[in-house]
Design a protein around this ligand. Sequence first.
Ligand code: CA2
Length: 150
Amino acid sequence: MKLLVLHGPNLNLLGTREPEVYGSLTLAEIDAAISELAVELGVEVETFQSNSEGALIDKIHASASSVNGIVINPAAYTHTSVALRDALAAVAVPAVEVHLSNIHRREEFRTRSYVAPVVVGQVSGFGVDSYLMGLRAIFNHIKKGLSEGP
Ligand code: CA2
């Protein structure tokens, strides 16, 4: 099984500012925790961060035929991007949306996710554990689908 983990804009700055909101881990440390869990689950994981909406969409398109599932933190594009939502819907690869912070208990504009209706589910508010729970969730979702057969 191969999974893709996508990080949206500004997440490359993690660990430098707003630790009270996003935690104190850097993106490299989050990726290391993801890789560790991937070994435990016996799956291959690729991680990718971009500040560009187009680059994230291109990565989804390019990976569509080679990955079984996606974990995505679309960051601010969560609340703005119909294009990202359309890309996820178009490729029909199951995805889980994750957020470090709880987007439902912050500013009102963060409570709307354009991505939520096209993913299997959302994990929000648990810091790095949102990614790890998201990874386990998509792994279990795919395994269930594979074992059920056609
Ligand atoms: O809680 C999350 O994971 C978010 O997706 C993070 C986004 C925010 O726009 C979403 O509403 C919720 C922001 C990521 C910005 O990350 C920073 C990291 C360090 C310093 C400043 C911003």
